[in-house]
Write a protein that binds this ligand. Structure first.
Ligand SMILES: [Zn+2]
Length: 681
């Protein structure tokens, strides 16, 4: 879950250096019609400018997404080079357009002209300096870091080559092992991938800051906080307000899970302290679903073993494919045995078919609410399994290749519930693209970036235990569920391990980067600053000692991948708000946690209408169109999880919940000048 979205490569492509002119020898020269000392421009000039920007960006878009796509699905020196070049060309164009846009600064323009110009200025999260050499350096560093993450492997001592483990393999251990030594080794192994990134990352942050300053922001972090139709300061306090709404629920969940893990692992998990990060069933301790069996409130109440059901589906498919192969082989090669390679090919076919079937399940949900079927090219061109012959970035993402229907998903689907949810998530991006493709180029994005992340997740909220039975993914429960209340608490616990456990993590990733960009966390304390936030907000600790030799942020995709992360925190809040509105539209009157909008064309219509707006209006208007409210609000989450909250409070009675936050290494005389936005939000 929590996949990055790569809207084409628009992100990297929209670099906004100012002051380029002379420095950008490689970029397009100003058009002959642009006078050197421009006359005072008019609103009509500005309108024509917006039209030109839309046309030029749209024309360049497909090359960028194509270069990005191959660089992530075919990692090698050549594709890295091509991608870096494409990005560089794109940056040059963007630089020129931004520079031109400054002509209209201070002009009284109607919103339909001023808004796209503003979006142009802020939409690149990786702003490059105007200096051509620095811009090239920035794109090369960004591409290199992205590639290092994708190709990252851990080679246990004395091992090499095929004995080294990639992220998938290490995650298999972290997600499912209960052996503390194996867990710590896998955790440390993957986190070692970050080490070589540190210096490059520090340099990249420096270059991004230079780019942001040229655009009129204090640093890149302030630029990141500027895209929410409010000031960066207001945005910081909005995130703080939302966190305060959900924090009590997180603390109750942490308290309960810590107690259960203490029962399982003994003193490895202190009764009152921080939970070791490798024991929570996820490489980043951001989603605790995989420890559900250790914390299940009522053993066996309700039928929630979706992983087993999906593994059985794959096993059935495997059996069928193998039987078909064996029959054909016996006929064609009587008396012979198939080779290991031939059998392996069958396994690959099984994986491919299983992945496609899983994606079809997700598509079916969207079409059930009245959305169109995905185009044939989606099925031909998406990457849905890990190829065996090359390095790829398996981290799931959704792509709009040409803004004209060539949409794709890149992920490595496995037979588990997490993949099932992820494909629904990615398809939410895909359907957002398809809905707003009719908008002008600069409006082809989410109302804000949290909206983009929330669409598919909202759909997964309808995947209740009853829904899974309805579509035949898990066997129908035999007879009446004996104790509905117990089944409910179990189902809520399972969902909270994904949705509530994530919240502090979703918030802190960018807090760390805001500190980095503000120059407040310096390279010599990168790792300490990272762990201070993780300890403070998540209440977790590294399983083994860390030093500044380590660069643990680099082991999280979005850091080397330069994807802002607060969007995921916002998404986790507003998806419940969206769901509540959709359930109202569907005429559902029961408790929010039971709502399933499957087949509701009314809900689909309302959802689709909002998606079609893209970024054409300030996000509060899009929010209002769907929910009737113009603010983000976490009260739908607390409403949704009310039964669990009551259960947790009762169970935690008499325990000492919470944890002692560690001393802040950034605290001290120097941090007195730290802007509130960086440290405290
Ligand atoms: Zn996403």
């Amino acid at each position: 879950m929590h996949q990055t979205i790569r809207p084409g490569r628009l992100a990297l492509s929209l670099a906004l250096p100012a002051l380029l002119l002379a420095a950008c020898g490689g970029s397009q020269p100003p058009a002959a019609t642009t006078p050197l000392v421009p006359a005072k421009p008019t609103a009509t000039d500005a309108a024509q400018f917006v039209e030109k920007v839309n046309t030029q960006l749209k024309a360049q878009y497909p090359e960028n997404s194509a270069a990005g796509w191959v660089s992530e699905t075919f990692i090698n020196d050549d594709t890295q080079l091509l991608n870096a070049k494409a990005n560089d060309r794109s940056l040059a164009l963007q630089s020129q357009l931004i520079e031109e846009s400054k002509r209209y600064n201070g002009l009284d323009l109607p919103p339909e002209i001023s808004r796209p110009i503003q979006l142009l200025k802020i939409s690149n999260p990786v702003p490059a300096p105007s200096d051509a050499a620095k811009r090239t350096e920035l794109t090369q560093l960004a591409t290199k870091l992205d590639g290092e993450y994708g190709a990252g492997k851990y080679c246990p001592p004395g091992k090499s080559g095929d004995d080294c483990l990639n992220l998938d393999q290490l995650e298999q251990i972290i997600d499912h092992s209960r052996d503390p030594q194996a867990l710590a080794a896998a955790w440390a192994g993957w986190h070692s991938v970050g080490k070589p990134m540190k210096q490059d990352y520090a340099r990249l942050a420096q270059l991004m800051d230079e780019g942001a300053v040229e655009l009129g922001y204090k640093d890149a972090g302030e630029l990141w906080r500027a895209g929410y139709d409010m000031t960066p300061e207001q945005f910081s306090s909005e995130t703080e307000r939302l966190w305060a709404q959900v924090q009590p629920l997180y603390e109750q969940l942490h308290c309960f899970v810590r107690d259960r893990l203490h029962q399982k692992y003994g003193d490895l998990v202190p009764e009152n302290g921080l939970i070791p990060a490798d024991l929570l069933g996820n490489m980043w301790a951001q989603d605790w679903s995989n420890v559900y069996d250790l914390v299940e409130p009522y053993k066996g109440a309700g039928s929630l073993d979706v992983d087993s059901a999906l593994q059985q589906r794959r096993a059935a498919l495997e059996k069928q494919k193998l039987a078909e192969f064996q029959a054909k082989f016996a006929k064609e090669h009587p008396g012979k045995k198939p080779t290991v390679q031939q059998l392996d090919t069958v396994e690959q076919q099984v994986d491919t078919q299983y992945a496609k079937d899983t994606a079809k399940i997700a598509e079916d949900f969207y079409t059930s609410i009245g959305f169109p079927a995905l185009p044939g090219s989606f099925w031909d061109k998406s990457m849905l399994t890990r190829p065996r012959d090359r390095d790829v970035v398996c981290h799931a993402s959704a792509w709009d290749m040409n803004q004209a229907g060539d949409v794709r998903v890149k992920m490595c689907i496995r037979p588990d519930e997490e993949s099932l949810e992820t494909i629904h998530h990615e398809m939410g991006h895909v359907y957002y693209y398809l809905h707003y493709n009719q908008q002008p180029e600069l409006y082809q994005s989410g109302a804000h970036d949290g909206f983009h992340e929330a669409i598919g997740d909202t759909i997964t909220l309808s995947i209740t235990p009853q829904h899974l039975q309805k579509i035949g993914l898990v066997p129908a429960s035999k007879g009446e569920v004996k104790d509905e209340q117990k089944a409910l608490i179990n189902a809520q616990m399972k969902r909270a391990l994904a949705k509530i456990a994530f919240l502090p993590f979703g918030k802190l990733i960018d807090q760390w980067r805001w500190q980095v960009f503000a120059g407040e966390a310096k390279p010599e304390h990168y790792n300490a600053a990272w762990w201070t936030l993780r300890e403070k907000y998540q209440g977790i600790a590294p399983p083994l000692a860390r030093t500044e030799e380590d660069f643990d942020p680099g082991a999280k995709y979005h850091v080397p991948g330069n994807t802002p992360y607060t969007r995921y925190f916002l998404s986790f809040v507003i998806q419940f708000q969206f769901q509540k509105a959709l359930c109202d539209a569907a005429g559902f009157t029961g408790p929010l946690y039971q709502c399933d909008i499957y087949n509701s064309k009314e809900a689909g219509k309302k959802f689709g209408d909002m998606l079609s707006m893209g970024a054409s209006r300030p996000w509060p208007e899009a929010m209002k169109a769907l929910t009737g409210q113009d603010k983000m609000d976490a009260s739908a989450i607390t409403e949704y999880f009310a039964p669990l909250m009551a259960y947790l409070k009762e169970q935690n009675q008499g325990k000492s919940c919470g944890w002692q936050p560690p001393a802040d290494p950034l605290a001290g005389p120097q941090s007195a000048a730290v802007p509130a936005a960086a440290g405290k939000t």
